[in-house]
Write a protein of this length. Structure first.
Length: 471
């Protein structure tokens, strides 16, 4: 029975994701709010059906826990999806439902694949997701006070540099890089949170002035952030910080020459890093030829490529692949596990969902009246997009592996926490942007109505005056 269900569900997963992506693209084109509401309702139905199929397959094939454990986790996660998709839009009617649905679909896929790989990690991840999602209800109100956030510009910079420096000095080495700090029994990765406050720092600086001296000052501060990350061997985060800075400067100044200057600097910095740091040379050599040492330095990437090749177009089905052969598969190479058991078609459609989410981020930026809010949306959107490109690129050996997690899918407390904060901030700005645009549209109408009434009164006065003269 379980084997039959696995065979059927692997095709149903692809079919459901295809329909979901179709609705995503329809939502981007749709201008009618009533039609859009129907689209989001169909998306919600697909999300629930996808999760139900996934948890049913896990229930029949689970090995790491008891049946009651799967039932309890499944019930809790279903309740979470119901609350987020059903109650959040009632609390905030102007919430961006496209972003909300995409977030829940990505979380659903993450819930399923993590429960399949390591059930206990799935429980820990879900607890963090539930707590942060409930706490994020206050974010829209906080983001409406954007003038307050803008005033903390240099505090963001100093706190960010301080946190990254503390990791460089006190951080624990993981996979050859200093990434996390352990306090008591908890370990957290400061760079995940510094990515957010870095965006706020650059947004605050550029929204005040786009003069050349301000650009130079921002470049120096951004360079300090990146150099500390390179010294900590956190190359993935260093690349994300750099790309975020480049595009935020372009949006803030509208001058394309800064993009060419920044990428020229990146080329020089990459050559210097290759010559100065041994771990960079190792990463590059593994990327260029992972088969040169497939049992040691190239083991992780070769196993990732084997997994993707084994999955083919339609995948092996849940519990029919061997994704656990990949080291730290539930963190750095979650995309490879999805590609093996869900298939390449499903994995590509998943990337399209992320793309539509990124487009929704940019649409939210276009709604903003404040330049600070606009830059925050763009910065967080670029951060999200680059992180996905780096993760997927490392899994398929398109770029050197950097150890960056896939947002909302990979296991990791700091990663999922920071990603949910990013989504909450974007939702808060979406509500602020929609509310202000509605208010802006209402003002001319009221003004026009007032002018019309005033003109009518003047006409009546003239008519009465004429009547008096005739008499």
């Amino acid at each position: 029975m379980s084997t039959f269900l696995v065979i059927v569900t692997k095709y149903l997963f692809i079919l459901l994701m295809f329909f979901y992506v179709w609705e995503c693209l329809s939502a981007l084109r749709c201008k009618n709010p009533y039609k859009a509401s129907g689209i989001f309702q169909r998306q919600n139905g697909i999300i629930f059906l996808t999760y139900f199929l996934g948890i049913a397959t896990i229930y029949l094939n689970q090995q790491d826990t008891t049946d009651i454990g799967v039932i309890v986790l499944g019930g809790a996660q279903l309740c979470y999806l119901i609350v987020v998709l059903g109650i959040f839009p009632i609390i905030y009617p102007n919430i961006n439902k496209a972003i909300l649905s995409n977030m829940c679909m990505l979380l659903t896929v993450g819930f399923i694949i993590l429960a399949r790989l390591r059930f206990q990690n799935s429980i820990k991840q879900f607890i963090i997701v539930a707590i942060v999602s409930m706490a994020s209800l206050v974010v829209p109100y906080l983001m409406s006070k954007y003038e307050m956030w803008k005033s903390f510009t240099w505090i963001y910079c100093l706190v960010g540099i301080g946190l990254l420096s503390s990791v460089l000095i006190l951080g624990q080495e993981t996979g050859g890089a200093n990434l996390s700090i352990k306090i008591g029994g908890f370990a957290f990765q400061p760079s995940e949170f510094v990515k957010i406050i870095f965006v706020f720092f650059i947004a605050g600086l550029l929204s005040r002035s786009a003069e050349f001296k301000n650009i130079v000052l921002s470049a120096v501060m951004a360079g300090i952030h990146v150099l500390i990350l390179v010294a900590s061997r956190d190359l993935g985060s260093a690349l994300i910080f750099f790309m975020v800075y480049v595009f935020m400067v372009y949006i803030g100044t509208r001058k394309a020459r800064y993009i060419f200057i920044c990428f020229g600097g990146l080329s020089i910095a990459s050559i210097l890093a290759y010559r100065l740091f041994a771990h960079v040379r190792v990463r590059v050599s593994v990327w260029m030829d992972p088969w040169a040492d497939p049992r040691d330095t190239g083991y992780q990437i070769t196993q990732s490529l084997f997994a993707l090749g084994n999955g083919g177009l339609t995948g092996t089905g849940l519990y029919q692949g061997q994704p656990k052969d990949i080291p730290v598969v539930d963190q750095d190479f979650i995309f490879s596990a999805i590609g093996e058991e869900f298939g390449a078609i499903f994995a590509i459609l998943l990337i399209v969902v992320c793309l539509t989410c990124f487009i929704a981020f940019l649409n939210t930026a276009m709604q903003q009246i404040s330049l600070f809010n606009k830059l925050v949306c763009v910065g967080l959107g670029i951060q999200y997009a680059v992180q996905i490109i780096v993760t997927v690129g490392g899994a398929i050996n398109m770029i050197p592996s950097t150890g960056v997690t896939f947002p909302l899918l990979s296991y990791g407390g700091s990663s999922i926490l920071s990603t949910l904060i990013v989504f909450a901030i974007i939702q808060g700005l979406a509500i602020v942007g929609t509310t202000k645009h509605q208010a802006k549209r209402k003002v001319p109408r009221k003004g026009a109505k007032h002018v019309k009434e005033r003109n009518t009164q003047e006409i009546r006065i003239v008519e009465n005056t004429q009547e008096i003269k005739i008499r």
